[in-house]
Design a protein around this ligand. Structure first.
Ligand code: XUL
Length: 586
C-alpha cells in the first residue's frame, strides 16, 4: 500500500451549525493544529443566534445565511496561516458539513467557481451566486406536509424508508427542496445546482461543482441506499428536473479534483493538493471515532445527543436512519436515535454552568431512580418524533426483575426536592402547528422543572432502546463517547451502567473535523493506490500512538444492574410508543 508521505499534512474541516472548525493531521495521524470560527461571535454582523435564524413568520423554519459559511472559510484559512500552517505541505483536504442543509446556486454560476480572483475575498465574489440567500438546515421542521406527500407518492412511509434509508423527515433535503419548488417556483427554476453543505464547501475548494457523496446523500430522502444512485421514484415525488440540479453522486473516498488556483495563489497551497469529497458530520465522526465493527457504538453528547453505529445488514424502518458507511464500499452506518434535549444546555441553565452542581444533583437520587421515568421535550424532537411536552411516570412495584405486576402512574411532579427549575428567562418557544396542544406547551413553560437523574437516565435508556430496536448488538461491544458533555465522568459512569459495556473517550471532542482530516488521508491513499483501500490499513500499526486513540473512561457496570436497566428500558419504550401514537408528528 502507498504510505502517507512523511512531512505532509491532511486538513479536515467541520462546517457545523455554530462554527467552522479545522483540524490538521500530520502523516503519523497526530493533530498538529486546530482552529475555529464561531459564527455568532466571530461574524456578529450576520446576527445569528447559535448560527441560525428562527423565522417567526413561518413556524418551524430554521435557516442559516449561506454567505456566512463562505466568509468563515476565508477567515479560518487566514487564522491557520497566521498560526504558522504551511499550506504548501497539505497533501489533501476534506470536510464535514452539518447534514441535510442545502445551498441553491443561481443559474450561470459554475463559471464563477473556476475563475475566482485571488486578490479578492471569497465573500465579495459570491454575493450574487445563490438563488436563496438563506439555506434551510437540519433544525428546520417546517416541511411535514411535503414529507407526507413524498411518502404517499412513492407508496408509503415504509417504502420510502426501504428505498432511501429513512421515512420522510422534515429536516431531510428532499422535503426542503419540495417546499421551495412549491412555494417559490421561480427560485427553483432559477437554480442550476443544489448542493448539500458538504458538497457546497468542497465545490469552493475544487473550483467546480463537487458531487454529493453517498453517505451525506442518504440524508435527503432521494437516494437509493442499496444502488447508491438517485432514486427515480423519489426524485419524481419531489420536484421536476431535479436529477440535473443534483448532479452525479460519488463515493466519499473519491477525489473531487485538485485544489482551485484561488487557494494556490492566495494561501500558497500546493497545486497537487487533492480535494477529497466532503461528507456529513455524522459519517465523518464515525470515521474519526474509528468505529469499525458491528457492535461499536458512537454516542455524541453535543448540540444534539446522537447515537451512531455500524451495520452490515441494516433494516430501515419507520424510525431512525440508514446511511452508507463513508469509509467502506458496501457497509452502512445507522442513526437509531437523535434528540435535541442535551445535557450541556441543562447544565448551563439549571446547574449554574457547573458539572459539579449537575453531578451533585444527579447523585441526590439513586441509580434506576426508584422506577421514575421522565420524558422531557423542550423542543420539537427528532427521534422519537415528539412535540414539546413533559411527561412523568412512577412505576409501582418496580424491582428490576421483570415487568410483571409493574404499573405506571402518571404524575405532575416527582419529589420536589430532587427537581430543579428551568430558568424563566428562556425565550418563549415557537409554537408549531405540529406541536402538542397549547396546554402542553403552556405547561412546559409554566412548570419548567427537571429532575437531573430522570433526564440523564431517560436519555441513556432511550438511546439503548432505540439502538436495540434497530438490531444493534446487546450489550454493545464498546461505546465511544464524544461531545462537550463527554468530559463528565458521572455521566459516562451512568452510561456504562445503563448499557452494560465499557465507555471510551477520545482525546479531543471534535470527531467530525478529525474524521474529515483522516478521510482526506484515506482519499489520498485510495487515489495513489488507484483503488479502494480499507481505512484501517491507514492506522492499524499506529492507532495507539496517534490522535485517534481512545481510552477507557468508565468500566462496564454489573450485569445485574444492566439487566435491571433493560427492564426499565422496555417500560420506557412502551410508554414512548404510546406518546408517539397519541402526540407524534406522523
Ligand atoms: C443528522 C442531523 C444532525 C446534523 C447536525 O441526521 O440532522 O446530526 O448533522 O449537524
Amino acid at each position: 500500500m502507498a504510505a502517507l508521505p512523511p512531512g505532509s499534512f491532511f486538513l479536515g474541516f467541520d462546517s457545523s451549525t455554530q462554527s467552522l472548525k479545522a483540524t490538521v493531521l500530520d502523516s503519523n495521524l497526530n493533530v498538529i493544529q486546530l482552529d475555529q470560527i464561531h459564527f455568532d461571535s466571530d461574524l456578529p454582523h450576520y446576527k445569528t443566534k447559535d448560527g441560525v435564524y428562527r423565522d417567526p413568520s413561518d413556524s418551524g423554519r430554521i435557516v442559516s445565511p449561506t454567505l456566512m459559511w463562505i466568509e468563515a472559510l476565508d477567515l479560518v484559512l487566514q487564522r491557520l496561516s497566521k498560526s504558522g500552517l504551511d499550506f504548501g505541505k497539505v497533501a489533501a483536504l476534506s470536510g464535514s458539513g452539518q447534514q441535510h442543509g442545502s445551498v441553491y446556486w443561481k443559474n450561470g454560476t459554475s463559471s464563477l467557481l473556476s475563475s475566482l480572483d485571488p486578490n479578492k475575498p471569497l465573500l465579495d465574489q459570491f454575493r450574487n451566486a445563490f438563488s436563496i440567500g438563506e439555506s434551510p438546515i437540519w433544525m428546520d421542521s417546517s416541511t411535514t406536509a411535503q414529507c407526507r406527500e413524498i411518502e404517499e407518492a412513492v407508496g408509503g412511509a415504509i417504502e420510502l424508508a426501504r428505498i432511501t434509508g429513512s421515512r420522510g423527515y422534515e429536516r431531510f433535503t428532499g422535503p426542503q427542496i419540495k417546499k421551495i419548488f412549491q412555494k417559490q417556483p421561480e427560485v427553483y427554476n432559477g437554480t442550476e445546482r443544489i448542493s448539500l453543505v458538504s458538497s457546497f464547501m468542497a465545490s469552493i475548494f475544487a473550483g467546480k461543482y463537487a458531487s454529493i457523496d453517498h453517505a451525506d446523500g442518504a440524508g435527503m430522502n432521494l437516494m437509493d441506499i442499496e444502488k447508491r444512485t438517485w432514486s427515480k421514484v423519489a426524485l419524481e415525488a419531489t420536484a421536476p428536473g431535479l436529477e440535473e440540479k443534483l448532479g452525479p453522486l460519488a463515493p466519499a473516498y473519491a477525489i473531487v479534483g485538485s485544489i482551485a488556483s484561488y487557494f494556490i495563489e492566495r494561501y500558497k497551497f500546493n497545486k497537487d493538493c487533492l480535494v477529497v469529497h466532503w461528507s456529513g458530520d455524522n459519517p465523518n465522526s464515525l470515521a474519526g471515532l474509528t468505529l469499525s465493527v458491528p457492535g461499536d457504538l458512537g454516542i455524541s453528547l453535543g448540540t444534539s445527543d446522537t447515537v451512531i453505529g455500524i451495520s452490515s445488514d441494516p433494516k430501515p424502518g419507520l424510525e431512525g436512519h440508514v446511511f452508507p458507511n463513508p469509509v467502506d464500499t458496501k457497509g452502512y452506518m445507522v442513526i437509531p436515535y437523535m434528540e435535541l434535549v442535551f445535557d450541556l444546555e441543562v447544565r448551563n441553565s439549571c446547574a449554574q454552568s457547573s458539572w459539579e452542581t449537575f453531578n451533585k444533583l444527579l447523585e441526590q437520587t439513586p441509580p434506576l431512580n426508584g422506577g421514575k421515568l421522565g420524558f422531557y421535550y423542550k423542543d420539537h424532537e427528532i427521534l422519537p418524533p415528539l412535540p414539546i411536552g413533559f411527561h412523568r411516570y412512577i412505576l409501582q412495584n418496580f424491582s428490576g426483575a421483570s415487568l410483571e405486576g409493574v404499573k405506571e402512574q402518571e404524575v405532575k411532579e416527582f419529589d420536589p426536592p430532587s427537581e430543579v427549575s428551568y430558568p424563566s428567562e428562556r425565550p418563549v418557544l415557537p409554537v408549531s402547528p405540529t406541536a402538542s396542544t397549547e396546554t402542553d406547551i403552556l405547561f412546559v413553560q409554566n412548570n419548567p422543572k427537571f429532575q437531573i437523574r430522570a433526564i440523564v437516565e431517560g436519555q441513556f435508556l432511550s438511546m439503548r432502546g432505540h439502538a436495540e430496536r434497530f438490531g444493534m448488538p446487546v450489550p454493545p461491544k464498546r461505546i465511544i463517547a464524544t461531545g462537550g458533555a463527554s468530559t463528565n465522568q458521572s455521566l459516562l459512569k451512568s452510561m456504562a451502567s445503563v448499557f452494560g459495556c465499557g465507555v471510551y473517550t477520545v482525546q479531543r471532542p471534535d470527531s467530525a473535523s478529525l474524521g474529515a482530516a483522516l478521510r482526506a488521508a484515506h482519499g489520498w491513499i485510495c487515489s495513489k493506490q488507484g483503488s479502494f483501500v480499507p481505512i484501517a490499513d491507514l492506522y492499524s500499526d499506529k492507532l495507539e500512538k496517534s490522535s485517534l486513540s481512545c481510552k477507557l473512561s468508565a468500566s462496564p457496570g454489573s450485569n445485574e444492574v444492566a439487566s435491571k436497566y433493560g427492564v426499565l428500558m422496555k417500560k420506557r419504550m412502551e410508554i414512548e410508543k404510546r406518546l408517539v401514537e397519541k402526540l407524534g408528528r406522523y
